[in-house]
Design a protein around this ligand. Structure first.
Ligand code: DX5
Ligand code: ZN
Length: 223
């Protein structure tokens, strides 16, 4: 299995965004996690397509766009034009999940489905084969720097079992409260795409990213 680090830009120093991005890219991160918030689905506001388009010119990292917005369908082409590579929508915020996943793939991107901690895995029953990635929120979405919700490990484990049973290769991305202290247990549970905001960009960004990547590479090297 491939293991991926997706540092969340939300926690980066906004005055030095391009430098922060270059630092994680140089350290070896493969994705850049971009949290888009609309002030409706989640209480916060973050950034949108213009900011992403500007960063697109600074890096070749894979842009992993996490839409925490209502009516995501309205914005899909804007994010494609801005340079998104993966677009993840929330099952709770999209009325016609099947149609939205189909639309993302038709635009030539990878499609992801995000689930809040309280949302059961059963919403994936019929659409799992249409998703390249499932993002399990391990905090309630809206803010960086929150504490990992422990029952989520069991949910990751159940999702990995489901993916395996169905013979799929779906990535499991885990988002919220992941630190160097708990990432091993998140990986043990079956996640392979790790989002981390404050634990990467808080303090020495290069050293933090390198430490996460060291753990991920060791996993990948396991037989
Ligand atoms: C929360 C966002 C996360 C956030 C993670 O709503 O979806 O991506 O940036 O930040 P940390 O790693 O600080 O919990
Ligand atoms: Zn996110």
């Amino acid at each position: 299995m491939r293991y991926i680090l997706s540092p969340s830009l939300l926690a980066a120093d906004i005055g030095h965004l391009a430098e922060e991005v270059k630092t994680v890219e140089k350290a070896g991160a493969q994705y850049l996690h971009l949290d888009v918030m609309d002030g409706h689905f989640v209480p916060s506001l973050s950034f949108g397509p213009p900011a992403i388009a500007s960063l697109r010119r600074q890096t070749s990292l894979i842009f992993d766009v996490h839409l925490m917005v209502e009516d995501a369908d309205r914005y899909l082409t804007d994010f494609v034009k801005a340079g998104a590579d993966v677009i993840t929508v929330h099952a709770e915020a999209v009325t016609h999940l099947d149609r939205t996943l189909y639309a993302i793939r038709k635009l030539g991107l990878k499609a992801g489905v995000a689930l809040n901690p309280a949302t059961p895995l059963s919403v994936l029953d019929w659409v799992l084969p249409m998703a390249d990635m499932v993002l399990l929120m391990t905090v309630n979405p809206g803010f960086g720097g929150q504490k990992y919700i422990d029952y989520c490990n069991e949910k990751i484990r159940a999702l990995r079992a489901l993916i395996r049973e169905r013979g799929l290769q779906t990535d499991i991305e885990v988002d919220g409260g992941v630190t160097l202290g708990n990432v091993e247990s998140v990986l043990d549970a079956g996640a392979n795409v790790i989002v981390s905001g404050s634990a990467v960009f808080g303090g020495d960004t290069a050293a933090n990213a390198a430490a996460f990547l060291d753990i991920l590479r060791k996993r990948e090297a396991r037989p």
